[in-house]
Design a protein around this ligand. Structure first.
Ligand SMILES: [Zn+2]
Length: 221
């Protein structure tokens, strides 16, 4: 991935900046015969997390996989691999979010409460490990949301030989991000970027963050 703001990551960050500033691009609703998305977004089903809006993109630009808690299981891995191998998408973002109900459910509930209940347990058990890890270190729910993103990236890298191979060949970058429900901004999680030539500071200008927060308050009103 080139280290500039014209690459796939740069497009997402610039799109989020437009979203925050309420300067969204005009959308193109033309029917496309083929899709050519530039990024795969693995995120939560939470109705407040809408990647196409958050990143201000057109139809056909994002390959979005939404599942409660942004957990990665076999079906999600299959969807990711399809996009990587056959659509040649060079970027995967695992996007967690502030106030995630799935992570919160594991955080607040004893494991046995979900043991024999409905199918929700299949999702929650994938979040148990990162939550326990954070609790052992006396962390908070925000840390658990971040740790859950890291855990799902680890799953992609360890359970998908295709993704691991594409990362090794520098054809694929995987990055963890958190979306803030309260201010609309996204933050790259440090040390989740599989492309070691890119750092958090390359893309996130913390000095610019403050006015963006002010802008989103206007957006919400
Ligand atoms: Zn969620």
């Amino acid at each position: 991935m080139d280290n500039d703001m014209d690459n796939e990551l740069g497009k997402l960050l610039k799109g989020n900046e437009r979203y925050l500033m309420q300067q969204q691009c005009a959308k193109n609703f033309e029917c496309m015969s083929k899709q050519k998305p530039f990024a795969i977004i693995v995120t939560c089903s939470d109705s407040r997390v809408v990647p196409e809006l958050i990143f201000d993109v057109n139809i056909g630009e994002l390959f979005v996989i939404r599942i409660a808690g942004n957990v990665v299981g076999n079906d999600v891995l299959g969807s990711i691999e399809y996009a990587v191998k056959y659509l040649h998408v060079p970027l995967i973002v695992v996007l967690g979010h502030e106030g995630c109900g799935a992570v919160n459910a594991v955080w607040d509930t004893s494991p046995c409460e979900h043991a024999n209940k409905d199918n929700i347990r299949h999702i929650l058990k994938k979040i148990k490990k990162p939550v326990n890890k954070v609790k052992e270190k006396d962390g908070n729910i925000g840390d658990a949301i971040i740790e859950n993103v890291k855990e799902q990236i680890t799953t992609i890298m360890t359970k998908s030989p295709i993704c691991a191979e594409f990362v090794d060949k520098n054809k694929l970058t995987i990055i963890g991000m958190i979306y803030s429900i309260s201010n609309g901004g996204i933050t790259i999680i440090p040390n989740t970027n599989t492309d070691k030539s890119l750092t958090h500071a390359d893309f996130v200008d913390t000095k610019k963050a403050a006015p963006q927060v002010t802008q989103i308050k206007t957006l919400k009103n």
